[in-house]
Design a binder for this molecule. Structure first.
Ligand code: PLP
Length: 811
């Protein structure tokens, strides 16, 4: 059943006329896009329902990936690619005189996540479907995504992101699958006729959770899985209780807006409300589905795996307990065994300030029955562990302590698996951050290094490179990314290296056109493109990058005839609105950009481009154009990183500390093909332990660095008096928490090596090729295979699904 362009054009025209009741010759890009989305929904509908039926009929084990954030990016192209009709549709549209790229850009990029965590969840959805694993996403349908970022006078300004303004063609509202979520009131335990304790609820606030489902289309394998996002509504039968607009607003608020704190946690009751809302709704709908199969409760973990992405969904644990105990009448022991066997948890951070905890009073007030269950879990944990360990150790692992509920402790105790997201990160969890738990439950701990989908990040984002790779090694890498290593055999092929360079140059021109059009900055596409794109956070050290730029700037100012490799420094980063220091760094970099870009003495030797509103779509434009990937977090702070993987896959050379997955990048690509610098995590820990770091000594003893730092406060950078002083003081007076000054010297040294290598294009391109060819292991396909085999115990159902489809197809 191959779609022809002719069939496509006919069906598309019909869809369009059905939607808009006019001829499609003079519509807007949004209208074309909407019609195309609707067309695809119909096109893939059979696969979606067949996948569902196959899962139900075979009673296969399914995984439910609970995540507070999903960051899918635009879905049109990726759906077309995965359905195998990208070229047909593109050609068909061209035959109708329509520009596919313009139509594709009309789609809003839904920013329902902050950064890496949400993007990981979406890469996982793509891989789960592409591998044919029965898997579902579960999250929140935020009315407003992460704020839209604008720069006004160099400062970040946040505007609301109304991503639903033009509707969302991909979602299907499923009112018939709505469930009720209860908040507040009282839960009084009373004995029922069988002598069991059951809670009697009074004065609760009941919220209707309505699911919106989106098909997660597998790569050319006829699988369509489900992403279910929940929206909060007033239950129709309770309309009468909501008299005032304020009352009604309170309900809508639950799913109104995505919290813009990336890893700095803000203690907000609304956030806790959101967390319980989507976990309760999700777990209830899983239980309802399970009951359709009419199996005994012991088999629940054989059919259901629930994965907790970071601690935000950790209330899944007491919620499943609540349902099994209160509604299904299981004993505590039965319910606990089922719950632990069902749950698994991924830890994403070792930053202390990002470890979620909630005041006991808040939890008690918001979800009283859930709090009772957490208390019981806590007490039983203590009773069980006290005889086995020292009281100190046991009490360090309690869920409730100092008037707070510690979500990570709940997640670890309630799960059968706890994983970190890169080798180094997992080591740090086991031996530093969570060592008490590692002592208690060594078998729970395991590593699952993050990954990215090569389909979005190479195939779609970089079609030029995809074509080259296809020509050289065939197309099998799209489903088996380890095949990318075959590309290594072209590392000495001058022709291939020249083609690689040509593709890179073309991508750089594309980005240059964007910078010119959107920002009025003219770039020389032959300059070296150096990229740091990620959330703005002190530990990620955008500041170190800025110091390097200023160091170069001063060098050129001293000697305007200096023969130096021209570089374009590209930044993309949002800062949490409440994260003042991060916003000051944005202002600093924007001001440096203004100064440098407009200094005739500098010319093209340095350009600084800080793009506004960094997100998935901009990443897809920037990454293919990148030559240097800046992965310069303080060692021991970045859990994994995934932009490091995307950039490597697109042929950028990595400048890195040995942090997160950079360690594994080094292992795969080899020491010679990566630029390492700076302290390692052990050295950082030694400094912490001994208290021997004194940033002022470095400032005093390094004149080159001193001169750079002084530009913050001596008027060299105009208009930066306030921010410059704060940042200077943080580095020099307040001992530089993230060792920026300590790593400066080795950073600028390694950057000189980058310049030197760039003078030899063939040598550079060879390393670029080796990076591409070594990046296969970072495909999320492998990461997901390991989750499925080692944690979830879910099997690929490709044969069953495909057989099902062929059985039900009309002959
Ligand atoms: C991949 C990605 C991230 C994660 O970047 P890190 O450098 O790993 O922090 C954040 N935001 C977007 C839009 C991404 O695509």
């Amino acid at each position: 059943m191959v779609l022809t362009t002719k069939e496509f054009r006919e069906d598309f025209s019909k869809t369009f006329e059905g939607l808009y009741a006019f001829d499609l010759s003079e519509a807007s890009p949004i209208q074309y896009y909407t019609a195309l989305g609707n067309y695809l929904k119909v096109y893939s509908a059979d696969n979606w329902s067949h996948t569902n039926q196959a899962y139900l009929e075979h009673q296969v084990k399914q995984v439910y990936y609970f995540s507070m954030e999903f960051l899918p990016g635009r879905m049109l192209k990726s759906n077309l690619l995965n359905l195998g009709i990208l070229d047909t549709v593109r050609d068909g549209l061209r035959e109708m005189g329509l520009d596919f790229e313009v139509i594709a850009r009309a789609e809003v990029d839904p920013a329902l996540g902050n950064g890496g965590l949400g993007r990981l969840a979406s890469c996982f959805m793509d891989s789960i479907a592409s591998l044919g694993i029965p898997g579902n996403g579960n999250g929140i349908r935020y009315r407003y995504g992460l704020f839209q970022q604008k720069f006004v006078d160099g400062y970040q300004v946040e505007l609301p992101e109304n991503w639903l303004r033009d509707g969302n063609v991909w979602e299907v509202r499923k009112e018939n699958k709505a469930v009720m979520v209860r908040f507040g009131g009282q839960a009084i335990l009373s004995e029922d006729p069988d002598g069991r304790l059951k809670p009697i609820y009074s004065q609760t606030q009941n919220i209707l959770a309505v699911p919106y489902d989106t098909g997660m289309i597998g790569y050319q394998n006829e699988v369509v899985n489900n992403l279910r996002l929940w929206s909060a509504e007033i239950p129709p039968e309770e309309e009468i209780h909501y008299h005032t607009i304020a009352d009604r607003e309170k309900v809508n608020q639950i799913t109104e807006v995505l919290y813009p704190d990336d890893s700095n946690y803000e203690g907000q009751i609304l956030r806790l409300r959101q967390e319980y809302f989507f976990t309760s709704a999700g777990v209830q709908s899983i239980v309802r589905y399970y009951k359709q199969m009419v199996l005994t409760w012991q088999h629940f973990p054989d059919k259901v795996a629930i994965h907790i992405n970071d601690t935000h969904p950790a209330l899944c644990i007491p919620e499943l307990m609540r349902i099994l105990l209160d509604e299904e009448g299981l004993s505590w022991e039965q319910a606990w065994e089922i719950t632990q066997k069902t749950m698994s948890y991924t830890n994403h951070t070792i930053l202390q300030e990002a470890m979620e905890k909630w005041p006991v009073r808040m939890v008690q007030e918001l979800v009283p029955r859930i709090y009772q269950i957490i208390e019981e879990i806590n007490q039983r944990h203590i009773d069980k562990k006290l005889p086995l360990y020292t009281p100190e150790l046991t009490y360090r692992t309690t869920i409730i302590a100092d008037g707070n509920v510690k979500m990570a402790h709940l997640a670890i105790i309630g799960s059968h698996s706890v994983n970190g997201v890169a080798k180094l990160h997992t080591e740090i969890l086991m031996h530093e951050v969570l060592r008490d738990f590692y002592q208690m439950y060594p078998a729970k701990f395991n590593n699952k290094t993050n990954g990215i989908t090569q389909r979005r990040w190479l195939h779609l984002a970089n079609e030029g490179l995809t074509k080259l790779i296809d020509n050289k090694i065939g197309t099998a890498w799209k489903t088996n990314p380890s095949e990318l290593k075959l590309f290594k055999s072209f590392a000495n092929n001058e022709d291939t290296l020249a083609q690689l360079a040509e593709i890179k140059l073309e991508n750089k021109k594309q980005f240059a056109a964007y910078a010119e059009k959107e920002m009025g900055i003219e770039l020389d596409p032959t300059a070296l493109f150096d990229v740091q794109i990620k959330r703005l956070h002190a530990y990620k050290r955008q500041l170190l990058n800025a110091l390097h730029i200023l160091d170069r700037y001063l060098k050129i100012k001293d000697d305007p005839d200096l023969d130096i490799q021209p570089r374009v420094f590209i930044f993309g980063a949002k800062a949490a609105p409440s994260y003042v220091y991060a916003k000051q760094i944005i202002k600093l970099i924007n001001t440096i950009a203004d100064m440098v870009n407009n200094d005739p003495a500098i010319g093209n030797k340095i350009k600084v481009v800080f793009v506004e509103n960094y997100g998935v779509s901009l990443a897809e434009l920037i990454i293919p154009a990148a030559e240097v990937s800046e992965q310069i977090s303080l060692a021991g702070k970045e859990a994994s990183g995934t932009s490091n993987m995307k950039l490597m896959l697109n042929g950028a050379l990595t400048v890195a500390t040995l942090d997160g997955a950079n360690v594994e990048i080094r292992d795969f690509v080899g020491e010679d093909n990566i630029f390492l610098f700076g302290l390692n995590d052990q050295e950082v820990y030694a400094f912490y332990e001994n208290g021997t770091y004194h940033s002022r000594d470095i400032y005093d003893s390094n004149p080159r660095l001193q001169r750079v730092l002084n530009t913050f406060i001596d008027g060299t950078i105009p208009g930066i008096e306030t921010e410059g002083r704060v940042i200077f003081d943080s580095l020099v007076q307040y001992n530089d928490e993230y060792f920026v000054l300590k790593d400066f010297e080795s950073y600028v040294e390694v950057q000189e090596k980058v310049d030197q290598l760039y003078q030899d294009p063939m040598a550079w391109n060879q390393k670029s090729l080796l990076n591409i060819a070594s990046s296969g292991p970072f495909s999320a396909d492998f990461t997901i295979k390991r989750y499925a085999e080692e944690i979830w115990k879910t099997d690929s159902q490709l044969p069953a699904i495909q057989q099902y489809i062929h059985l039900t197809e009309p002959i």
